[in-house]
Design a binder for this molecule. Structure first.
Ligand code: SF4
Length: 494
């Protein structure tokens, strides 16, 4: 493709129409939060960073707080973003440098920014563009891949690709283009399976039309394009399958390309693994990440999915979870000949195993295994006896999550002793009183517990410590497991 000015303008128009919502995906309120979030985003998804930063910014709201942070405490908070030793050291160094040289403020000068610990050219450009509106075009892994596939650059390093892009496009377009190319890389021009057939810039892309080899893989994309009919999935079984003990090997068949998720936290997990482009359906409760609501069609609820709509979407895999979804749904899918996979997550080890199983099936085994290994490294085999802790999940009637549930194990792994009947059980007033908990946890999901419930329970259990907690962090297994564990580990034990 010879890129003329007219074609470059056409490309900008198409990207603008396709991604009108393109913007910085890192949640931040000021330049300090942005520079911290950008440092954390190295080798980590923005979604995961966004799960980590609320607690981080609550504890370290400014450079002074960060400068005096204790390394182990900071590491524990950012553990799930990976490379946490280096990142924690850089963040403390960042806080100290901002205090010492810039009065605690983030500088808007590129050279001064790049001189800060943990801040390279890419991070500096992200901060300059998004915090100060200074034209800059940071090249991340998505832009690097997309720019080379589109033939906008044939350079081998992000710095040189950035220079090529900046030469081709007017300065006024850099910030917008940066976000649009990232959105395009995430949603359409996937590293392994770009959706060329549905790509808004296919007419401008020689690689997508099979006229040039993909510089990312060295292959021609037409040889790897999606099959017209879904690849054969495993035979659907009569019963929800028991969780496998060992991780599955990578599939010999191509991974599924048209996935429907009937589990909200799995939908979020797929986005974290950059697989959202393969999602063709989700339940109405799949609300994270937010943009998924505008881009992926709804197929009903978790307990009552619309099977006709699912059938119309021609999925090659429907993902279920044994406690979240009903067996009748799996039976109906079997009758329709639609492949499905039922995960089982009743403990943190179950969560690690489910990551591996799902990752293997979807062709992202290494990512899943790395996450599972990082979680397992945090798990304690022998638990000390902690305070007797009751997790309530509903009121009228009271209902608790038992020690044998995912929530029970989360509580146990955080150093508390979960109590209550098994599974999710209704509790009479007498049964609740007889449990005599020392700690009561009230997640804000699935029941919307509030301070009023804390006060009400405090009158009945004046000695107990009662905590109102972020329900999504606690109950969204698989996508927020590390966040939930960190949240509970941060609670006082006495
Ligand atoms: S046509 Fe394919 S390779 Fe080209 S930009 Fe679009 S998705 Fe990427």
């Amino acid at each position: 493709m010879r890129w003329t000015k007219a074609k470059l303008r056409d490309l900008q128009d198409r990207l603008g129409k396709a991604y009108p919502d393109a913007k910085c995906a890192l949640d931040h309120g000021d330049p300090f939060e942005l520079v911290v979030a950008t440092i954390l985003s190295a080798q980590c998804t923005d979604a995961r960073v966004n799960l980590t930063t609320p607690a981080l910014f609550a504890k370290y709201p400014d450079a002074a707080a960060l400068a005096s942070a204790k390394l182990p405490e900071l590491e524990a908070l950012i553990h799930s973003t990976g490379f946490y030793h280096n990142k924690a050291r850089n963040l403390i160094g960042l806080g100290q440098a901002l205090l010492a040289k810039h009065g605690g403020k983030v500088p808007s000068d590129p050279a001064e920014l790049e001189a800060l610990p943990g801040v390279g050219q890419k991070t500096a450009n992200v901060v300059l563009a998004n915090a100060f509106g200074v034209p800059a075009l940071a090249v991340d892994t998505h832009i690097f891949r997309v720019a080379r596939r589109l033939g906008l650059s044939d350079a081998k390093t992000p710095e040189k690709v950035e220079a090529d892009l900046c030469r081709r496009f007017p300065e006024s377009a850099w910030i917008e283009l940066h976000h649009q190319l990232i959105f395009h890389g995430r949603r359409r021009c996937d590293a392994r399976k770009p959706d060329c057939a549905g790509c808004p810039v296919l007419g401008l892309c020689d690689v997508g039309r099979g006229k040039a080899a993909d510089p990312h893989s060295g292959l021609t994309l037409t040889s790897r394009s999606a099959p017209a009919t879904p690849p054969p999935g495993p035979r659907a079984e009569e019963k929800l399958p028991a969780r496998r003990k060992a991780p599955q090997a990578e599939p010999a068949t191509p991974p599924p390309l048209r996935i429907i998720s009937l589990v909200p936290s799995v939908t979020e997990l797929l986005a974290q693994w950059n697989l959202a482009a393969r999602l063709v359906g989700r339940t109405r409760y799949c609300i994270a990440p937010k943009w998924i609501r505008a881009t992926v069609p709804e197929v009903g609820g978790t307990k009552d999915p619309n099977l006709a709509r699912i059938k119309d979407l021609k999925p090659d895999l429907v993902i279920l979870e044994r406690d979240e979804n009903k067996k009748t749904t799996a039976d109906a899918l079997t009758k329709l000949g639609i492949p499905w996979l039922a995960l089982e997550v009743r403990s943190l080890e179950g969560c690690a195993a489910a990551w591996e199983e799902l990752g293997g099936r979807l062709g992202v085994g290494p990512v899943a295994k790395a996450r599972a290994a990082a979680l397992r490294a945090q798990l304690k085999k022998k638990q000390k006896q902690g305070p007797r802790t009751l997790t309530l999940i509903w009121q009228r009637p009271w209902m608790s999550a038992g020690p044998d549930t995912y929530l029970g194990d989360l509580v146990r792994q955080a150093g508390f002793s979960p109590i209550g009947p098994p599974r999710w059980t209704e509790l009479s007033e007498a049964a609740l009183k007889a449990l005599a908990p020392e700690v009561i946890l009230l997640p804000t999901e699935p029941f919307r517990f509030t301070k009023r419930h804390v006060n009400e329970l405090q009158k009945r259990f004046p000695e107990a410590a009662i905590h109102l907690l972020d329900g999504q962090a606690m109950t969204w297994y698989l996508s927020r497991t590390e966040e939930g564990l960190a949240l509970l580990r941060g609670l006082p034990k006495t």
